[in-house]
Design a protein around this ligand. Structure first.
Ligand code: SF4
Length: 381
């Protein structure tokens, strides 16, 4: 069983289209989209929800649901200008990215997963950069593999900038480790096909090999030998922002042997975030996915070889997937105000294990705490 056996896929009719999160973009498209995948469950459809006890309390949890052991063993190897991990919520004590795992971290992760036994979930490995700390990554994968041996795990996806995989002394071993873990795919961030333009956005730290084109491309080729790789490009001013950039990005990815590319808009922020340097950058450099998509579909060089396959209705995002020649191309956008509304609804849409030992229904390590491993240890101790 995988996530796609749970997510209903229906023909996309006008009636359905008008009710979707993606309705404004769908209504403006000059090409039709044949199907819709309802990744977000209908709140009234009991088939799409599971009641599960966590820490002695019953919660109504979406299906499918992803579980993220938030990677924060060390600061990220990159300092992307738009990094959502550096956004700070007003009133939040400390974001998850500022917490470091202590000596009890893995015992806490085991305890949290023990609470989730029997609940079908998918692994979504993200946070800061998972591959930056090979020791932490290996130990984390060991814990997740033990859980998957006794409880249903539907999909496994890693989100990475690839930094640790391009380190000569460890890259090959990490690649083998990830391949053995059974990843369904890796979403690999690269926001421009040109080395200097990418570095001006991602700002890899001194000595990080993957900032250079040749080591990055060599790493992509070896990773793609054993795992399905999707390249992720966050569109922005100063980066990929126009149809000719899209064409050059796709040609570059194709030359690397990659057949799947995701173009993503900056998440729309609500007023729950401080106007720090990251939030200001996002405001100034935003490229609207609706406008970029319209530009692509008006350009014969793209539109002539492109056909839509599906729209996905997520719980706080939409994406439009299609085929461009022999490649899968996805356009995606999301909205944090919608995400916060859903997280505050009383239902559980997301599971995150933070370095402070809290299993939460949110990216904030103090909000919607479902289970606190540290309290459990004190009780046991
Ligand atoms: S690679 Fe990811 S976690 Fe690291 S700085 Fe960039 S967006 Fe943030």
């Amino acid at each position: 069983m995988n996530e796609y056996s749970i997510i209903p896929i229906r023909p996309l009719t006008g009636d359905i289209s008008a009710k979707l999160f993606a309705a404004p973009v769908l209504s403006a498209l000059p090409k039709s989209v044949p199907t819709v995948a309802f990744r977000a469950p209908d709140p009234a459809d009991e088939e799409r929800w599971r009641w599960h006890r966590i820490g002695g309390q019953a919660y109504r949890i979406a299906q499918p649901v992803t579980f993220t052991p938030y990677a924060s063993a060390q600061p990220c190897s990159a300092r992307c200008r738009f990094c959502s991990e550096t956004l700070v919520e007003t009133g939040a004590a400390r974001p998850s990215s500022g917490l470091r795992p202590g000596p009890d971290y893995f015992a806490g992760l085991e305890s949290a997963l023990h609470e989730l036994r029997g609940l079908p979930l998918s692994y979504s490995l993200s946070g800061l950069e998972t591959t930056d700390d090979a020791g932490w990554m290996g130990a984390m994968l060991d814990v997740l593999a033990r859980h998957a041996a006794v409880s249903p795990v539907l999909n496994r996806v890693l989100y990475s900038n690839g930094a640790g995989l391009a380190v000569p002394s460890q890259g090959e071993a990490l690649l083998q480790r990830l391949a053995g873990f059974g990843l369904d795919w890796v979403e690999l961030s690269r926001h421009h096909f040109d080395e200097a333009a990418n570095q001006s956005i991602m700002r890899f730290r001194h000595g990080i090999e993957v900032q250079y084109q040749q080591p990055f491309e060599a790493m992509v080729r070896s990773l793609a030998d054993s795992v399905n790789v999707k390249l992720v490009c966050i569109v922005q001013q100063g980066g990929v922002s126009r149809v000719d950039d899209i064409m050059r990005y796709l040609a570059w990815a194709h030359g690397l042997g990659i057949r799947s590319v995701i173009f993503r808009e900056f998440s729309k922020l609500d007023d729950g975030y401080r106007a720090n340097v990251t939030a200001r950058y996002i405001g100034a450099a935003r490229v609207s996915m609706n406008a970029l998509l319209a530009q692509c579909l008006a350009a014969p060089v793209f539109a002539g070889d492109f056909a839509f396959e599906q729209v996905t209705e997520g719980y706080y995002f939409w994406n439009l997937r299609g085929r461009f020649r022999d490649m899968q191309v996805t356009f995606e956008a999301s909205d944090y105000s919608q995400m916060h509304r859903q997280h505050d609804s009383g239902n559980v849409y997301k599971l995150v294990f933070h370095a402070n030992g809290n299993l939460c229904g949110d990216w904030n390590p103090e909000r919607h705490v479902l289970f606190a491993a540290s309290r459990q240890e004190q009780a046991n101790g």
